[in-house]
Design a protein. Structure first.
Length: 95
């Protein structure tokens, strides 16, 4: 049995911007639910960057029909390679 993460959405799901200029700032979010609504097998790149710059802190691929929660600095911005990726600010239970 795998561990299950318990979280509470604290914002609406929004389609990811497709480049640095359209990056979502997700103001104050330290945890973000990343969901790829594309068909299974369709991966998209998600990038985290330092707010106000084009400085990349990290990136990862998320598979179609998958979700994951990432931790980021509250000031960091995020974007994805396609608007079929959605970002939702969440609060994570660490019990």
């Amino acid at each position: 049995m795998s561990a299950q993460t318990i979280f509470t959405p604290i914002g609406a799901a929004t389609a990811a911007g497709a480049n640095s200029g359209a990056a979502a700032d997700l103001v104050g979010a330290s945890h973000v639910l990343v969901t790829n609504t594309a068909d299974a097998g369709t991966e998209y790149l998600v990038t985290i960057e330092i707010a106000g710059t084009a400085g990349v802190k990290g990136s990862f691929y998320i598979a179609g029909q998958e979700s994951t929660i990432i931790r980021k600095d509250p000031l960091d911005q995020m974007f994805a390679a396609n608007a079929l990726v959605f970002f939702t600010k969440v609060s994570v239970f660490n019990g």
